[in-house]
Design a protein around this ligand. Structure first.
Ligand code: CA
Length: 226
């Protein structure tokens, strides 16, 4: 795990660097906001420890800019600013956690571990959850949702919806569906696909909302991705 320490105080810099390395992290230090920005644009970090009082820029301004530019690494703010207002502001501005100085090293390490674990979990979610518009398919739990509402699907309907989600925005023909979802050659004139599409529509479409699943007559279906 690679951690960036953004801190201008030499004593704390040295202490953090040493402590993180002792605990198996690959740690890098930046003493200014501009140095931090330069490092972040060139490398990937799993987490960031951020001091707020930096010589060239306020840490909160820096973090706001980095997060709006798409940085996803979790940020642990480590600051002498300890009032409730300051802590709330830090968390609202893009800090994922806030620890005040002086701090206890075991607590800092525990919070850092927590942040990195949370990031890990959301990274796995990217591979096991499919989203198309407000449809959400959890592939591990085999659960489908539209918005906040759970959609009850049979195993085959779930597989069909999964296939459509994976190909969202593209046309899939009946024979592609048969091949990929049923996995065998069925008589081409069978209406098994149409029957399942019909049932799936009844479960996923919502009255008054634009249809998710379009039929292209004589060709196939498209699950609309926008
Ligand atoms: Ca400082």
């Amino acid at each position: 795990m690679r951690v960036l320490i953004i801190e201008d105080d030499p004593a704390n810099q040295k202490f953090l660097l040493h402590s993180l390395e002792q605990n198996g992290y690959d740690a890098v230090v930046a003493a200014t906001a501009s140095k931090a920005e330069e490092l972040i644009s060139a490398q990937t970090f799993d987490g960031i420890i951020l001091d707020l009082g930096l010589p060239d820029e306020d840490g909160l301004t820096l973090i706001t800019r980095l997060k709006s530019a798409g940085m996803t690494a979790p940020v642990l703010i480590l600051s002498a600013r300890r009032s409730v207002d300051e802590r709330v502001r830090g968390l609202e501005t893009g800090g994922d956690d806030y620890l005040t100085k002086p701090y206890a090293l075991p607590e800092l390490l525990a919070r850092l571990r927590n942040l990195l674990r949370r990031k890990d979990l959301s990274a796995t979610e990217d591979n096991t959850v499919l989203r198309v518009q407000d449809l959400k398919l959890d592939l591990l739990r085999r659960e489908a949702m539209r918005g906040e509402e759970v959609i009850e699907l049979t195993t085959r309907e779930f597989s069909l919806l999964e296939y459509l989600c994976r190909n969202a925005g593209k046309m899939v023909s009946r024979s592609m569906i048969l091949d990929q979802v049923w996995g065998m050659r069925i008589e081409p004139e069978t209406n098994v696909v149409d029957v399942h599409i019909y049932r799936l529509r009844n479960k996923i479409e919502r009255r008054g909302a634009a249809p998710l699943l379009r039929t292209l007559r004589g060709m196939g279906y498209v699950l609309r991705d926008k």
